[in-house]
Write a protein that binds this ligand. Structure first.
Ligand code: SF4
Length: 445
């Protein structure tokens, strides 16, 4: 079971690169192994061989509440009156201080929203009874998979902000719950259905039992389509790749330009660049080579690492781009550092013109539901107009897809989507006091 979990985590590495961990139960005890680093750095054959059991949960972390430290890595684990509880969480809670106030602070050994939730759930001996009581009071984004020694549980917040899917192995002899369908494919599981917003599952040898802890109020994250999810994942029955190509076509119609070649910022700009080329009739080509072994740049925590990361990650193909008028398609502009470096790299390599096209609207508002977009001041579109951003990144022209076109390409109704980072309309209100990545971390005075 730990190897299956390892490969599922490997498939989901793009969702978090700071730490990784697996908890496994053999029916009598839970063993947790976690460490800082990528999945392949944390686990090797000998470690996996020691993690024996028939139930497992795994996690690769990207920090949104609490620093990227070993203590904050997941799965979290707590002893309960009945045994143990191990939990993994995709998302970010927005009432962490309120939940933490229910606990004696001395019981917390980490500084994450996930630690608070685990401690609350572990106060009961029975995780199901605890989940029925605690989840209705838990606000924000949470796709959870947790377990005691004998049962695997899964739950998704009533808004269903982050994805969570159920799959079956060997004709229902085994079950898998994962953030994306791509993870099911890789472990040979068949997609059964999405875990519903507000749904709680309990899975054991008798199969899957489902109940509701809240009414569904779907507000799926629109940014999953733009950047977060793998292109080979499907959301609401539609492939993310198909959506991204369609966004590219619409982008070409909204922001046409005369040019010689369309190139993507690899890999996340690739599907939209294909769509842009298709709709515009401008040839598609490769102009930038990506070192795929370097992590995604905005996901890494410090500004210094990010700036260095851009140079490590991309290199221009001089022969392909020299003298050409280029359309460079990227998925989003967050702080603007990546695009500024890319435009400069392409000009240095001889590009005649660089026109930047973005397959999302300007990211102008922070996300409190599981993406570390930080503060408005750090978002370039939070304080600059499109023309000012164009000037800042040094492009000849800049065009973003409109929000309406992006929503239309997702095939999901606007009122069923969270798009707060684009329009500032937050589906779950966030108190000022509950904001901030380090709210459970006391700074010594
Ligand atoms: S604010 Fe943006 S990134 Fe965050 S959940 Fe909403 S759409 Fe997704």
């Amino acid at each position: 079971m730990s190897k299956l979990t390892y490969f599922a985590l490997y498939a989901l590495q793009h969702r978090g690169q700071e730490s990784a961990g697996i908890a496994v139960s053999d029916g009598s005890r839970i063993v947790v192994y976690k460490d800082m680093g990528l999945v392949a750095q944390v686990f090797d054959e000998s470690v996996l061989n020691t993690l024996r059991g028939h139930i497992a949960v795994g996690h690769c972390r990207y920090s949104t509440t609490g620093s990227p430290t070993w203590e904050n890595a997941q799965p979290t684990f707590r002893s309960t009156d009945a045994g143990g509880l191990a939990l993994t969480h995709n998302g970010n809670l927005i009432n962490t201080p309120e939940l933490a106030a229910r606990l004696d602070a001395s019981v917390l050994t980490a500084t994450t929203d996930t630690e608070v939730l685990t401690a609350l759930l572990a106060e009961h001996g029975d995780p199901l009874a605890a989940a029925r009581e605690i989840l209705p009071a838990t606000r924000g984004a949470y796709s959870l998979v947790f377990m005691d020694e004998n049962v695997l549980y899964a739950a998704r917040d009533p808004e269903g902000i982050r994805p969570l899917v159920l799959g079956s192995l060997e004709d229902h002899r085994g079950w898998v719950v994962a953030s994306e369908t791509a993870a099911l494919d890789i472990v040979g599981a068949r997609f059964v259905r999405e875990v519903e917003p507000g749904e709680l599952l309990a899975i054991d040898g008798d199969g899957v039992r489902s109940e509701r802890f809240a009414e569904a109020r779907p507000k799926g994250c629109l940014f999953e389509y733009v950047y977060l999810a793998r292109p080979d994942t499907t959301i609401a029955g539609r492939s993310v790749q198909a959506t991204r190509v369609e966004v590219g076509r619409r982008l070409a119609r909204e922001h046409p330009v005369e040019a010689d070649m369309v190139i993507p910022t690899p890999e996340s700009g690739t599907p939209a660049a294909i769509g842009y080329a298709e709709a515009s009739g401008i040839p598609y080509g490769q102009g930038l080579v990506k070192n795929t072994y370097v992590g995604r740049t905005f996901i890494q925590p410090s500004q210094t690492i990010r700036q260095r990361g851009i140079r490590l990650k991309l290199n221009p193909l001089r022969e392909a781009i020299e003298g050409k008028r280029l359309v460079v398609v990227d998925d989003s502009i967050v702080r603007g550092n990546t695009q500024r470096a890319i435009v400069q790299m392409l000009r240095d390599a001889g590009a005649a013109e660089v026109h930047v096209r973005i397959s999302s609207p300007p990211v102008a508002w922070p996300c409190f539901y599981g993406i570390d977009f930080a503060t408005r001041a750090e978002l370039i579109a939070g304080h600059l107009s499109v023309e000012e951003i164009r000037d800042s990144i040094g492009a000849d022209s800049l065009g973003y897809i409109s929000l309406d076109e992006l929503i239309s390409a997702s095939h999901i109704a606007k009122d069923k989507l969270c798009r707060a980072c684009f329009d500032g309309v937050y589906p779950i209100e966030v108190d000022e006091a509950a904001r901030g990545k380090h709210l459970l971390e006391v700074t010594p005075t």
